[in-house]
Design a protein around this ligand. Structure first.
Ligand code: ZN
Length: 385
């Protein structure tokens, strides 16, 4: 399958100007300058003129609860599965699935099945083995074997720290888990990343610092998320990132969570840049289909909403439009930074040899006209074009 996308205003994320993109099967085969590329004639070539519209990398989302993430108010509040039609229109073309609070009624087999369903729909899908609690639930009986033998598993997570819903892991337990994940990852050519759910309890990120202080494990083996959930945790996260750690910010939110002190993800990105945190250590994830529960001061459940996959694209737009961050800089937080952290070498950037995952943006608004995943157009917005 050969496709020529002509006159794309390319952000790789770096701005490359007007280019023609030649896609061969699932990959980008060539990036050509319009002025010095003669008309290309190849048998079976499909040509589409993008007329100068912006083309950006398909987004990489490090945390998607594709089987539904929780339901802390009883069975009637279980969050639903991610539907393929919602996934393909979101702008996210690489999704990392995770179990969450509920690893009892939702299982690793169920998650792997969902990963393969979304992959059959054209998206690139991976998963973490394990869940909130330790000892971790796995498919084969061990975290290391899951990562080593099952192609989709790239690490373990999301393991909960500083949260009343987690298993309150010790430094030794976390160190053992990270070591298993890291070693299996190295043997399999994967990141073996340890994706961490950070709650709002007082400990914050301290236990991760303690693992790094007391073992030979590098701090960057961990990818703690929800760092913008409170102002206190966010400040701690900035210090953590300046010391070499990674921080992941959650884009799904609710008016109630913001009123209670959550830092909006786009504001958090802007503040991280101002604080001179190395940008590549900061990523965004949607936490899609997770439960976003609220508890009162006595720990009683008072309500729940579900995370949204399309919040990732929205927040990149807010970075650009509300915080004056250049598009090429804003994009990294939802593409190249995540791909690098997760060890997904062919994702997150538009270059020759990379997977042809890309978004064609509308020219008059922050909206997606087309989603291309692995060289195929999987979604096209209804327009008069
Ligand atoms: Zn979480």
């Amino acid at each position: 399958m050969l496709t020529l996308l002509k006159n794309a205003r390319l952000y790789a994320p770096a701005p490359l100007g007007l280019k023609h993109l030649l896609i061969a099967d699932q990959r980008i085969a060539a990036i050509l300058d319009p002025q010095d590329s003669p008309d290309i004639h190849l048998p079976g070539l499909t040509v589409q003129d993008l007329e100068g519209r912006r083309v950006i990398p398909g987004l990489v989302d490090p945390l998607v609860h594709m089987t539904g993430g929780g339901g802390e108010g009883g069975f009637g509040t279980r969050t639903p599965e991610l539907r393929l039609e919602d996934a393909v229109s979101s702008g996210v073309t690489t999704l990392i699935g995770a179990l969450g609070t509920d690893a009892l009624t939702r299982t690793p087999a169920n998650l792997l099945g969902k990963v393969r369903e979304l992959a059959a729909g054209g998206l690139s899908c991976y998963a973490y083995t394990g869940s909130y609690q330790l000892p971790p639930v796995t498919l084969t009986g061990s975290v290391a074997q899951d990562i080593l033998y099952i192609p989709e598993y790239i690490g373990v997570g999301e393991v909960a720290i500083s949260d009343h819903r987690g298993s309150q892991p010790s430094v030794q337990e976390l160190a053992r888990l990270a070591s298993d994940s890291r070693t299996a990852g190295m043997l399999a050519g994967k990141s073996g990343i340890v994706f961490i759910h950070t709650g709002d309890a007082a400990g914050g990120l301290e236990i991760l610092r303690e693992v790094a202080r007391t073992t030979a494990l590098p701090i960057a083996q961990f990818m703690p998320t929800h760092i913008n959930r409170t102002a206190t945790l966010f400040e701690d996260g900035l210090r953590f990132a300046r010391d070499g750690g990674r921080i992941d910010l959650t884009t799904s939110t609710t008016p109630e969570l913001l009123a209670e002190g959550e830092v909006p993800a786009s504001e958090a990105v802007a503040r991280a840049l101002k604080a001179r945190v190395e940008p590549s250590r900061v990523t965004l994830s949607s936490d899609a289909n997770a439960s976003l529960p609220r508890f009162d001061d006595h720990g009683r459940f008072i309500g729940l909403k579900a995370g949204r996959l399309d919040s990732l694209f929205e927040v990149v737009g807010e970075c650009v439009n509300d915080h004056d961050i250049a598009l090429e800089n804003a994009l990294g937080f939802a593409s190249s930074h995540s791909a690098d952290a997760l060890g997904l070498a062919r994702k997150g950037r538009l270059a020759v040899g990379q997977d042809a995952d890309l978004l064609v943006l509308a020219d008059d608004a922050w909206a997606i006209d087309e989603v291309w995943a692995l060289g195929r157009c999987v979604h096209r917005r209804d327009t008069d074009r």
